[in-house]
Design a protein around this ligand. Sequence first.
Ligand code: FES
Length: 176
Amino acid sequence: MEETESKAPEKLSQSRRKFMKIGAGAAVGFATLVLGIPFLDSMISQSLRLRTAKFVKVGPVIFLPPGIPDKMFFDERDKDAYMEETARRDVWVVSEDPDMKVFSPICPHLGCRYNWNPRDQHFECPCHGSVFAKDGKVLHGPAPRPLDTLPHKVQGGILSVKWERFKLGISKKQVI
Ligand code: FES
């Protein structure tokens, strides 16, 4: 009888500890859920946004100097799960009747921004010295592939571009 009475508080303490453990586990699970949902939501909407990139108006092509690369700027509205922001973009446009090429301004080697050298008539990357012809071909490495072209269209004299990014440092052009 005495033994049973002394075990009662111990049992009570055990069940209290068990209850506390379950409560703590539930709290951690709830916190993970609360913090994890916005993160997952943001990740999913970001990947969807990249896959559903749209054509954005850049500007009139009538002012483009024929055969001379010209840098054009445009703003793209970027909508995340919670925020909407405007991103400033730029592209290199080479208009050679009847063709037009629109290049991403990002060097396919490691992502620096290259420039047009009017004296030597080629594009140069200041980071590691890659040189590209006006049509985007590699004249001098280490760039592993030509300049990346972007999807574009001209309607009513207005150039529109679909902004995309590509994997760097590989020989194949691959959208990310
Ligand atoms: S980033 Fe352009 S050459 Fe390396």
